[in-house]
Design a protein around this ligand. Structure first.
Ligand code: IMP
Ligand code: MG
Length: 186
């Protein structure tokens, strides 16, 4: 599918499922190298958006690890609300673990900064961030996003592969970008 319509917006193909798979494979290779020999690796997926990314990267990480999920939200429509709401706390033991936070996209970094603080309060051995898409020019955080599969040249709005526009589009297997004049009546 080259174009999709969600609500009042049009979106065009940005990354195919094959391109996503390849990018995640390269990211997993880096993690496999960096964490080789680690005995307490814990992957933490950020719901809802990261459900596909977490499932796919976890199957490419060949180090024994646990996976858990946390649910937070900051977005409303096309923009961040600027504050984090915790919807589902993390229900697992974090102390002494090497944690990798998995989010499907990092924009301002508000979500990741909040998550670093939350996880660090649980005394892990280390915390790192991994994301499929990184809107680096919109990033205002002070934490390193060590594992980014794709850095977007422009911080444009995307949907698909877990990413939603008002809860639509999450189940698409490819990723689509908002058309410059994305209104359906344009
Ligand atoms: P941040 O806190 O500004 O870095 O935004 C992170 C969260 O906002 C992501 O985990 C997504 O849930 C959401 N988000 C950011 N950019 C987009 C986008 O382009 N499409 C859909 N959701 C997005
Ligand atoms: Mg998210």
């Amino acid at each position: 599918m080259e174009r999709v319509r969600l609500g009042d917006k049009h979106f065009s193909l940005y990354m195919t499922a094959e391109q996503i798979d390849r990018a995640i494979g390269e990211l997993a290779d880096r993690i496999n190298r960096d964490y080789a020999g680690t005995e307490s690796l814990l992957l933490v997926g950020v719901l809802n958006g990261a459900y596909m990314f977490a499932a796919d990267i976890a199957r490419k990480i060949n180090i024994p690890c646990r996976i858990a999920f946390i649910k937070v939200s900051s977005y409303d429509g096309l923009a961040s609300r600027g504050e984090i709401a915790m919807k589902l706390p993390l229900c697992c033991d974090v102390e002494g673990c090497d944690v990798i936070l998995l989010d499907e996209i990092v924009e301002t970094g508000l979500t990741m900064s909040w998550l670093f603080g939350y996880i660090e309060s649980m005394k892990p051995r280390s915390v790192a961030a991994a994301t499929l898409l990184y809107k680096r020019c919109a990033y205002k955080g002070d934490r390193e996003i060590k594992y980014a599969a794709v850095t977007m040249a422009e911080p444009l709005f995307v949907v698909g592969y877990g990413l939603d526009y008002n809860e639509e589009g999450r189940t698409l297997k490819d990723i689509y970008i908002l058309d410059e004049n994305g209104d359906t009546n344009a």
